[in-house]
Design a binder for this molecule. Sequence first.
Ligand code: V47
Length: 367
Amino acid sequence: MTDSNLKRIYDKVMAGERLSFEDGMTLFNSNDVLTIGEMAHHIRVQKNGLKTFYTLNQHINPTNICRNDCLFCAFYRKDGQEGAYRMSLETVRQKVLERIEEPITEIHIVGGLDDGLPYEYYIDVLRVVKEVRPNVNIKAYTAVEIAYLAERSGKSWAAVLDDLLEAGLNTMPGGGAEVFSERVKRKLFMDKLSADEWIEIHKIAHQKGIRTNATMLYGHIEKDEEKVDHLIRLRKAQDESGGFLTFLPLLFHPENTRMARLPMATGVEDLKHIAISRLLLDNFDHIKAYWVMLGKDVAQIALSFGADDIDGSVVEERIYHMAGARSSQMMTRSQLKKLISECGFVPVERNALYQSVNTETEIIDQV
Ligand code: V47
């Protein structure tokens, strides 16, 4: 240990005590990355041993037309602008059919807030996917999209979720949380729902049995205290509802955004965010190092800094690649397994609920 300020936190972690807001600030202020990583790894091993989860999944972004103007987003376009697209339901069907021979267990669906599409389109997208692939887990729509659909239809958040459930929704992704800070919201994502609303929508989903993920966007103009506050608010929500599956810190990619002049966070920063998340979110079972965003090298090291999941095969990722991500657009099962086992961890292919799935032999069991 090179930072003696970490001693007290080290003792708390080893004793299984919950860390405070001040502890979170001490961790962000420390440059002793190896000690932070060691503590996070201790918790990771307690929760998941050396297992590292990956999944075979597919991403579909049905529309990139969005009424919002989030400064950090390189994905959205305005209707009629070059690069704007809106998939027909038939195109969505074809996207699923294209990969029907692959043992995909989860389809991830998110898109823009597209005023040119009817409410029913968002529902029918799920129906079409389930028609073509009845057994796949549909992980669809962020809380931002749920709030938008409620506004468009005049329905409550709960009623929108009921419509989506009926059409085949299984789980929800963690996007749209950004940083729970009014200051950052006013500067970067004015039109989006508030932190309280984001949390409330996830809690309603949890009450309905929909498990969800949570995220935090870092590496832009956010302050450490805003990130610690974000993590502690998520921890409180998880204490109350228990419905979060995993947490992913999302590294901001500046290219092609209106914040393109900002430098990108470094690998050390990435590792600190993974490890501090693991340490503060003591009631989350999983921390995901999303390889698409971190790159394969940092994702591998993140496995020794608290992460136990690297997401999946992905296929056709757009949000990060439009913002300059250099990683490839997909990985095969053998590449994912190699990435994990190369650093001494045990690869476990999972479904959306973190049950072990062996799609090579189609045997499913509980981890
Ligand atoms: O909410 C947008 C972020 C999120 C950029 O739940 C950007 O398993 C960096 O949440 N640079 C959407 N980040 C993606 C997301 C996600 C991805 C994969 C898996 C899961 C999951 C969730 O991406 C947005 C926003 O925070 N984002 N633009 C950008 N330029």
